[in-house]
Design a protein around this ligand. Sequence first.
Ligand SMILES: CC(C)(COP(=O)(O)OP(=O)(O)OC[C@H]1O[C@@H](n2cnc3c(N)ncnc32)[C@H](O)[C@@H]1OP(=O)(O)O)[C@@H](O)C(=O)NCCC(=O)NCCS
Length: 164
Amino acid sequence: MSWAIRRAAPADVSGIAALEQRAFTTDRFNARQLRYLITRAQATALIAGDAAEPLGYAVALYRRGSASARLYTIAVAAAARGKGVATALVEALAAAARARGCAALTLEVRADNSAAHQLYRKLGFVESGRLPGYYEDGAAALRMRLELANLSAARSTHLAPDLR
Ligand SMILES: CC(C)(COP(=O)(O)OP(=O)(O)OC[C@H]1O[C@@H](n2cnc3c(N)ncnc32)[C@H](O)[C@@H]1OP(=O)(O)O)[C@@H](O)C(=O)NCCC(=O)NCCS
């Protein structure tokens, strides 16, 4: 499987929205929200693979005056899972956040999403809190945090030139 990670563009919105619909059962972003994240928000939005049928995507948000970036959403198409796509996306977001001067990358993840917990722990995130009733269906979230100071350079060979 040959694929690359690049910055997402407006032309990617419908493919990402379709992936989002398939990947999540609650708290999904619609196409309008995704377009905002890609075009207007203080964010880094990345896509892996083709616009029409992306393998995955991920978004980090920045806040003025905050030293932390927030991993806001990430999903990988079912057929592309287990091949390192999410790892490469998170590593690229972490590198982008560090390049902007952020000291940490934080996130919230469903307490019952063990695949995502394993992914984040493997990448060096540590739990920093628990948020009961955080999601639409009442599920709790874990808050996790990755310190960026000691991050090694993104190792992925899948990055577009402007992300290396
Ligand atoms: C969670 C998700 C993003 C992982 O994507 P992925 O591309 O398959 O992840 P990777 O291939 O990079 O896996 C990296 C590590 O994560 C862990 N992992 C990934 N999928 C796993 C699973 N189903 N079960 C247990 N651990 C898993 C493993 O530690 C894996 O390392 P390994 O391959 O050496 O065992 C993907 O399953 C997904 O899109 N799920 C639905 C949406 C979602 O839950 N998003 C996260 C919201 S916070």
